[in-house]
Design a protein around this ligand. Sequence first.
Ligand SMILES: C[S@@+](CC[C@H](N)C(=O)[O-])C[C@H]1O[C@@H](n2cnc3c(N)ncnc32)[C@H](O)[C@@H]1O
Length: 97
Amino acid sequence: MGSIFAVKIAKATIPEFLAWRETWPGSVVGTLLTATVDHKSADYVKPSLILMGNEQQGLPPELAAACDVNVKIPMRGRADSLNLSVATGIMIYTVTG
Ligand SMILES: C[S@@+](CC[C@H](N)C(=O)[O-])C[C@H]1O[C@@H](n2cnc3c(N)ncnc32)[C@H](O)[C@@H]1O
């Protein structure tokens, strides 16, 4: 609780982000339900930047296309997707491991 006050937050349009993304030295990782790469099998170059989609529409196609790799977290049962915060926690654990 309160961590949001301890981290830097930036807001950008998609074009602004795409221009800035060119300067990122590590992997840019998209998370997509349609991805075919398992999140555990991708090669992540540190520092990794993870792009998460929103709950309604997921990651916009133009952002997914700008990623070095798009990955999926396998799911059991009939769930069609994970909760955004749960998926974010799994991805942070994965890329920093
Ligand atoms: C609730 S999901 C979005 C569902 C949205 N209706 C869609 O079709 O993409 C919210 C975000 O969590 C991430 N996410 C959820 N489940 C995932 C999974 N199994 N693999 C990868 N990313 C996942 C993705 O970033 C997704 O955009």
